[in-house]
Design a protein around this ligand. Structure first.
Ligand code: ATP
Ligand code: MG
Length: 359
């Protein structure tokens, strides 16, 4: 899979950008604050409808403009045209120029994995960052995954709103609880089945990056120990005090261990960075296997942060992606290590909201 065309209108520091992109390796070179990350951000938006920098869409509108448009053509099969139009008023997402109402009909048409300095939050940050990472993999690969997640979140929100009211109707609460348990049990089942295999993939990636130093494992620590319905009912008293739902997969923890020790507490900076990149590599490899084609790999500035060994560990993934008709988009301020990466690549010079093909 690859992105064959990218169109930006009033997106961040781009007034108008039209790029034709072939499969293979693309290098976006430029000084600081020219618009390199913004290009990757727009591609990731086409894949997930989210900014990888965790900002709301209003921030993506070019200053002084009313709304933005990001359009893309997905190649590597029958071409698919994707469009995201956003403004504080009207918003629209389109597939093949037809508006789509259901997000699930849009997300995943272009599959992408981003590597950026924000990834360190996967280890340093709160449990919600880790849950979001695994939820995205579920959305990208499990049929009906997005709908399941949305149903769970909706039931949770309604239930929490109800718990905040002065008088809680038991019948209404029961209705929300049933939906929460139905969807929550599915979510827990998915995490239970998915995580052991993912842990093996992440450990393999970690070994490739760090040699035999230590063993990475991913451990699922579900909030629900045995039976969701029973445990939810048992938490009723505490819920009344806290006025929020205390049991369920929205409270799950997923821990990353190095030789059995929690990396969030004991890992060095370098170890955390290596874990973050291993998780992304495992995500990319899982997507490639599950979808039968490699995702577009977006690497924002990460090469500068990686030492030679880690760069060498990542390289086979980049090469495999390019060899099998996939695409890699990498940003950098310097080109001093490009000979290491790949022989065949396209270079774009990014200057003040413009991209020019070089060479
Ligand atoms: N909504 C916006 N409207 C206009 N300009 C914006 C908006 N959001 C960000 N910018 C500007 O876009 C410019 C480029 O940002 P970007 O993050 O893409 O830079 P970069 O080339 O990746 O730089 P670096 O090498 O420092 O990471 C910045 O000058 C920033 O101020
Ligand atoms: Mg940047």
């Amino acid at each position: 899979m690859h992105l064959a065309r990218l169109r930006l209108r009033d997106f961040r520091n781009y007034g108008a950008l039209d790029l034709e992109l072939c499969p293979g390796f693309h290098l976006f070179l430029g000084d600081n604050a020219q618009g390199k990350s913004n290009v990757l951000e727009s591609i990731y938006l086409l894949s997930t409808l989210r900014s990888f920098r965790g900002v709301v869409n209003a921030r993506l509108v070019a200053e002084g403009r009313d709304g933005f448009f990001v359009g893309g053509r997905v190649g590597g099969g029958a071409p698919i045209e994707l469009g995201v139009y956003w403004s504080p008023g009207p918003r629209r997402i389109t597939v093949d120029n037809r508006p789509v109402k259901v997000l699930a009909d849009f997300i995943g048409k272009l599959s992408a994995v981003i590597f950026s300095s924000e990834d360190l939050q996967l280890i340093r940050g709160s449990a919600s960052v880790r849950r979001r990472f695994f939820d995205l993999i579920m959305v990208q690969t499990r049929p009906g995954g997005l709908t399941l997640l949305q149903r769970y979140q909706k039931a949770l929100k309604s239930r929490n709103r109800l718990l905040k009211q002065a008088v809680v109707s038991p019948a209404v609460l029961e209705g929300f609880s049933q939906e929460l348990i139905r969807c929550g049990a599915e979510l827990i089942r998915w995490r239970r089945t998915f995580l052991p295999g993912f842990s093996v993939g992440a450990a393999r990636a970690y070994r490739r990056i760090c040699g035999q130093a230590e063993e990475l494992s991913v451990e699922y620590r579900p909030k629900v120990r045995e039976d969701f319905a029973t445990e939810l009912a048992d938490s009723r008293r505490r819920e009344q005090r806290n006025r929020t739902t205390l049991i369920g997969p929205h409270r799950d923890e997923i821990a990353f261990l190095l030789d059995g020790r929690d990396a969030q507490m004991f890992g060095s900076e370098g170890q955390k960075r290596s874990i973050a990149i291993s998780l992304k590599m495992a995500q990319a490899e899982h997507l490639a296997g599950a979808l039968g084609r490699p995702p577009v790999l977006l690497l924002d500035d990460v090469m500068g942060e990686l030492d030679r060994r880690r760069r060498a560990g990542l390289l086979p993934l980049l090469e495999r992606t390019c060899r099998t008709g996939g695409q890699v988009c990498l940003t950098s301020t310097e080109e001093n290590w490009r000979a290491e990466w790949i022989r065949d690549f396209r270079c774009w010079r990014v200057v003040r909201g413009g991209c020019r093909a070089e060479g």
